[in-house]
Design a protein around this ligand. Structure first.
Ligand code: ARG
Length: 261
């Protein structure tokens, strides 16, 4: 009986020790639980894989693109396993704030509005919005968009920007590609979208569509983390900086940019 009691005592100490040693790193990573052998920490990246060349689903079902490779490189360097959560673009920030995902990486522009809900890393990409129109369109620039039917991906900066133009009728799509299809079918007059995806989408419709040369905005892409998650924020910043300096970023970009041209 005595033996049994001391054994139980020992067991309870062991269990509480395991609990203590696991808990700090557990929260956001879904690492090893009690009794389960320790395995690689997971890093969950929420994205919307409808945004080539930053994130898209390849024919074999795998996720590819600049953002995906950046995150793979970060995970490799920090001993993590990347998990890609492919969700609606306007669900990414809620996924990050609720802790369902560790970070949002989706060619996401830093905006004042978003900064109220999440923290952003340093910028890793400079982008801009462009106007895509049919080849024979009379629309030559922003001024001509007044009162027109405009297609955008819902919840994007293109959506915000276009919605502010006088008299427009907004057509909000869950995917940028669907806005482009609507444009080829004459259901909208113009699409406002980020420059690199615009190139990728227009390349598939090179006989019908053009990108106007005048850029609408200057924007910076960064990764979003839950407010106050300074540990992850500084890990990501350190890695972004490293990859900007050692050429990793440039080679990832080179692999995808221009691929559509
Ligand atoms: N840069 C734009 C924004 O932040 C569009 C991003 C869309 N990204 C995506 N993965 N669908 O609003």
């Amino acid at each position: 009986m005595k033996k049994l009691t001391s054994f139980a005592f020992l067991l309870s100490i062991l269990m509480s020790l395991t609990l203590i040693s696991c808990s700090p790193s557990e929260e956001d990573t879904g690492g090893a639980g009690i009794g389960i052998p320790q395995h690689t920490k997971k890093l969950v990246m929420a994205t919307n894989a409808e945004f080539p060349p930053f994130e898209f689903k390849a024919e074999d079902g795998s996720y590819q693109g600049i953002d995906v490779e950046i995150m793979q490189a970060i995970c490799k360097a920090t001993g993590r396993e990347l998990v890609v959560e492919d969700i609606a673009f306007d669900s990414i920030i809620p996924a990050v704030t609720s802790g369902k995902a560790d970070c949002g990486v989706a060619g996401m522009t830093i905006t004042e509005d978003r900064l109220r809900n999440v923290d952003f890393t340093m910028p890793y990409y400079e982008a801009f919005q462009v106007i895509v129109v049919p080849k024979d369109s009379a629309i030559q620039g922003t001024d001509d968009l007044k009162g027109k039917r405009i297609g955008v991906q819902i919840g994007t900066t293109g959506d915000t920007l276009a919605s502010d133009i006088e008299g427009v009728s907004m057509n909000r799509f869950s995917k940028g590609a669907d806005a482009i299809v609507a444009l080829t079918q004459n259901k909208v007059d113009a699409v406002v979208i980020d420059n690199e995806p615009a190139k990728a989408f227009v390349a598939k419709n090179a006989d019908k569509l053009v990108i106007l040369s005048e850029p609408l905005t200057k924007e910076s892409y960064a990764m979003a983390v839950k407010k106050g998650n300074n540990e992850l924020l500084s890990l990501l910043n350190t890695q972004i900086e490293r990859m900007m300096n050692d050429g990793t970023m440039a080679s990832i970009r080179a692999k995808y940019e221009g691929a559509a041209e």
